[in-house]
Design a binder for this molecule. Structure first.
Ligand SMILES: Cc1ncc(COP(=O)(O)O)c(C=O)c1O
Length: 418
């Protein structure tokens, strides 16, 4: 887990005191360090590209804020998009259609048509989707997503590659589906699988590439089709807890590219990291407004609830927390950090050793760059919060908070009720 510098008891983030950022922009607020984002991209791209031609498609569901996308576009990334909204947001941030791959799941024919009209290559997810796309456009480049029967992930909710999954063409139908694609007039350029999100070990990622290599060879034997790209999906985990180890990305890249180069004639690898690129770039700063001792539990009541960060409530995820204005003080008791949402599951953290809290303290929640703002909501009619980008000691607003009026913007009361 990445930790941050301590300036005489004050947490530093991106060269600034976290307290100064919170005072200027208010709380709750997501704050991203641009340098970490660029470093993460370069580390993973360099690890793979020194072995073979590499395409990194950032899985923008993790964080689709325009400024984040813009930075990754500048770095040379591509995009893994799952909806027309993600495709168009990426294009708004400057990505050309050719650097986006659309991997939908149970998408409508209208959505496929829009994506094809935008010129974005499509990663086919089912036999139904293949037939429906053939009725619209057989010129758009396609690859095919398969179910590799290899699953991994931090929660069963995010395992996507296991047998019986709702994602991809079942393993025993893959060769035949490529045949059908050729019959329909497509010439698929690649094969894709995604095991799941946030696994901590590299083995499932190596296994999935072996499966894809075998399938690639079977497709070549049966149909004489030479695929250009093996796309191993995302799922490179990051440490959330203080003592967790980082995934060795150099080792992963070397193992995976060895498999592809030794066992197939494919010369391009694609990967779709989401969490790996953005997770540790961002902290959520949230203010303590309420301290209460119940006799059995000590609570630190903050202004970010599961409307702002849903991962702990939804997945039971661990996010490290620290008191930014008491950064050099050891734990003095065990506390639960809880938000303002009217549900007892509204926890950010449980049983953490923290300095004795006071109203006004600033809590920093770590590893909030992935699946955090992008999964936030307006539950309990609380507008979504701000996002700030920090670059070498300079902080800039990249998303303003919503207003109460925004909550009503698309609602209407029928006249007869007025
Ligand atoms: C198809 C696909 N690719 C990539 C990803 C990114 O996963 P991660 O953020 O764990 O790298 C996901 C996330 O679920 C996905 O569904």
């Amino acid at each position: 887990m990445r930790d941050f510098d301590n300036d005489d008891g004050h947490m530093l983030f991106g060269g600034m005191r976290a307290e100064a950022i919170a005072e200027r922009f208010g709380t709750p607020v997501y704050v991203t360090d641009e340098n970490i984002l660029r470093e993460n991209y370069r580390r993973i791209y360099n690890a793979f590209s020194k072995h073979m031609d590499t395409r990194v498609h950032y899985a923008c569901k993790a964080n689709s804020s325009l400024a984040i996308l813009r930075i990754l576009e500048q770095e040379g990334s591509g995009i893994d998009a799952v909806s027309v909204g993600e495709v168009m947001t990426s294009m708004k941030a400057g990505f050309p259609a050719s650097r986006i791959l659309f991997t939908g799941n149970n998408v409508s024919t209208a959505e496929l048509r829009t994506v094809a009209d935008l010129g974005v290559p499509i990663n086919i997810d089912s036999a139904s989707e293949l037939e429906r796309l053939a009725g619209i456009d057989t010129k758009i480049p396609i690859s095919i997503r398969v179910t590799p029967d290899v699953g991994s992930g931090h929660s069963e909710k995010v395992v996507t590659g296991a047998k019986g999954s709702k994602f991809g063409i079942p393993a025993d139908l893959v060769v035949e589906t490529y045949g059908r694609a050729l019959e329909l007039g497509f010439r698929p350029f690649g094969i894709h699988a995604h095991t799941g999100s946030g696994g901590q070990t590299p083995e499932p990622l190596m296994d999935v590439v072996s499966v894809l290599a075998d399938m690639t060879n079977a497709i070549k034997d049966e149909h004489g089709l030479d695929l250009e790209v093996i796309d191993m999906g995302g799922g490179m985990g990051v440490p959330y807890r203080p003592n967790e180890r980082e995934m060795d990305i150099e080792e992963l890249a070397s193992a995976v590219t060895d498999i592809i180069l030794d066992e197939t004639s494919v010369r391009t690898v694609a990967l779709e990291p989401g969490r790996y690129l953005v997770c540790d770039t961002t902290v959520l700063l949230t203010r303590c407004h309420d301290v209460r001792y119940t006799g059995t539990k000590n609570y630190i009541g903050v202004d970010a609830g599961f409307n702002t960060l849903i991962r702990p409530a939804f997945y039971g995820s661990y996010h490290h927390v620290a008191v930014a204005n008491k950064f050099n003080r050891a734990g003095e008791g065990k506390y639960d950090v809880v938000g303002p949402i009217c549900e007892s599951g509204d926890h950010i953290a449980r049983d953490r050793a923290l300095p004795a809290p006071e109203e006004g303290d600033l809590i920093a929640v770590y590893n909030c760059g992935a699946y955090s703002f992008s999964m936030s909501s307006t539950y309990n009619s609380r507008p979504r919060c701000r996002e700030v980008l920090v670059n070498n000691g300079v902080a800039e607003l990249i998303r303003d908070s919503e207003t109460i009026e925004d909550l009503w913007r698309h609602q209407m009361i029928p006249k007869r009720l007025s």
